[in-house]
Write a protein that binds this ligand. Structure first.
Ligand SMILES: [Mg+2]
Length: 307
């Protein structure tokens, strides 16, 4: 295959967001869940990243704002670990500690800079398509030393986020590449890779060691939207985010294009059982890599000759 461009997810793809969440949640546990021993930090982190209440998905659908989704997740975390309920008042201090620690902890994954440089050296265009706000991600990338990467589409660009296919198509349009000659690389198998594949891009799942979400991941809407048969995202309705696109429907693929890329019944069943099953994802048309260093070769670019 020949690619003209690569679009990257930010969190847990380029930036070690899991590590930043770990530090933020350790600080929160010590201060606000003092009865919970430090040995349970991995459980707390897994709970946060799995988002069992599906609140981040609701944010990406424009159903609640960024701080509100975080307050709901904090409340569910406290309830799950038997801590005092989170109130409007207590959340202020909770969030100042959590978010402050999180922001100070943004660093790039070790393999991010070299992978970006390798594909740029091979002549490809690169950019970012993310499910967080554009301004936040620009700050995050800058702090992580990746500020040269343009944030082409944030959740505020169209007013909704991945896995809606229009988000990926808008990314390719802004990058100036045909979707069929554009790859999308992300750490979430369904929201990123499978959804990009269904939008007619090359979907690449970055299955980093130790970075998969916990059991129950995707139970709320995440693979429901990526897999056929779920309710359509309500783009434009109750949008709590930023500005909406002038013509959000213009980039939508037609039904035939979407159906051609959809997984068959067996693949759907496998993914419904485990949305992080590499074999089922490969069978459904997704490329799977374990580090960003593998990206150029996976896409057919032998960058070794350039060194
Ligand atoms: Mg991510």
């Amino acid at each position: 295959m020949t690619m003209d461009g690569i679009l990257f997810d930010v969190d847990d793809t380029l930036v070690d967001t899991k590590g930043a969440f770990a530090r933020a949640l350790e600080a929160v546990r010590a201060e606000h869940l003092p009865h919970v021993p430090a040995e349970r930090d991995p459980e707390i982190l897994s709970h946060w990243r799995t988002d069992p209440g599906g609140f981040y998905s609701r944010y990406t659908r424009g159903e609640m704002d960024h701080v509100t989704q975080r307050r709901h997740r904090a409340a569910l975390l406290h309830e799950t670990f038997g801590a005092a309920p989170v109130t409007e008042k207590s959340f202020e201090a909770w969030d100042a500690l959590f978010w402050g620690t999180f922001e100070r902890s943004w660093t790039a994954h070790d393999d991010a800079r070299a992978a970006i440089d390798a594909v740029v050296a091979a002549g490809l265009s690169v950019g970012v398509v993310t499910n967080a706000a554009t301004e936040l991600q620009e700050r995050k990338l800058k702090m992580a030393g990746l500020g040269d990467l343009p944030v082409l589409v944030g959740v505020d660009t169209l007013g909704f986020g991945k896995p809606d296919p229009r988000v990926f198509l808008e990314g390719a349009r802004r990058l100036g590449t045909e979707p069929s000659r554009t790859a999308y690389v992300g750490d979430e198998p369904t929201v990123d890779a499978l959804a990009a594949h269904q939008a007619s891009l090359t979907g690449v799942w970055l299955d980093r060691a130790g970075h998969r979400r916990g059991p129950g991941y995707g139970a709320h809407a995440q693979h429901g939207v990526a897999l056929p048969g779920a309710a359509e995202p309500k783009a434009g309705e109750s949008n709590a985010g930023g500005p909406k696109a002038a013509e959000p429907n213009a980039a939508e693929p037609n039904a035939a294009e979407r159906n051609a890329a959809e997984p068959n019944a067996a693949q759907r069943a496998a993914l419904a059982g485990d949305p992080q099953d590499p074999e089922a994802l490969r069978a459904a048309g997704v490329m799977v890599i374990e580090t960003l260093a593998q990206l150029p070769a996976a896409l057919g670019y032998d960058t070794g000759r350039r060194n």
